[in-house]
Design a binder for this molecule. Structure first.
Ligand code: FES
Length: 219
């Protein structure tokens, strides 16, 4: 089969294309990549491919329930530019040896690792998505969730555990554990054992009643 040349992707069209391709079983993806790209380019009259072109192809040729799944995922696409990933892969290469560096670079650029970015890496480097996913879930350094506006680090050290009679650490954790705007982490001693319990909020350590005063400003 003659290889179809990559079109110029505009907006989120590339990410949408990779999303669509992500619904195809991995073993069949290389063949489908070429076929779907060819259909999309026809839709775009061999010009620049836009979000509307990809969306139209999904609407016209993808059967249910895949169509609904893909259209739902389009709505969830992050705001990252897929060209960033192309550039990183160009620099790092497509072998599995470079995978960790690619993932670190993407996280540095985007701030986290969106699932669509992982799909793009998988298909461009020809590495199974399961392998990529295993790596990013194994290493704590990788973030799969978009960072919130605030970061709270709850001290899990012995002094804080012993002195937290009022349960402020649990209270803060419960209050924000489902918040998209606040990231909660457990951490080791924050170095303020004499004032324990201590909680770090956006890089500043708060103790005692100051914790409650501060968290009210995050709501
Ligand atoms: S144990 Fe929490 S600040 Fe030291």
């Amino acid at each position: 089969m003659t290889e179809v040349a990559e079109p110029r992707w505009i907006g989120k069209s590339r990410a949408m294309f990779e999303t669509m391709l992500g619904e195809v079983p991995e073993a069949m993806r290389p063949v489908f990549r070429q076929k779907l790209m060819s259909v999309i380019m026809q839709k775009a009259n061999s010009g620049d491919v836009t979000d509307a072109h990809v969306n139209a192809v999904v609407q016209e040729i993808v059967p249910e329930p895949f169509k609904s799944t893909i259209l739902k995922k389009f709505k969830e696409l992050g705001d990252f530019d897929i060209n960033i990933i192309d550039e990183i892969i160009r620099k790092r290469g497509t072998t599995q040896d470079g995978l960790m560096s690619i993932l670190h670079d993407i996280q540095d650029e985007i701030g986290y690792l969106p699932i669509e970015a992982l799909r793009a890496v998988s298909s461009k480097c020809n590495i199974p998505l399961s392998t990529v996913y295993n790596i990013v879930t194994f290493y704590k350094t990788f973030k799969l969730k978009k960072p919130g506006q605030h970061t709270i680090k709850i001290c899990n050290g012995t002094a804080c555990a012993l002195k937290d009679k009022a349960g402020i650490r649990t209270e803060v954790e419960n209050r924000f554990k489902h918040s998209l705007a606040v990231d909660i982490e457990k951490t080791l001693c924050l170095g303020c054992c004499d004032c324990a319990p201590a909680i770090e909020i956006d890089g500043v350590v708060y103790t005692g009643d100051n914790v409650r005063t501060k968290i009210e400003t995050l709501l």
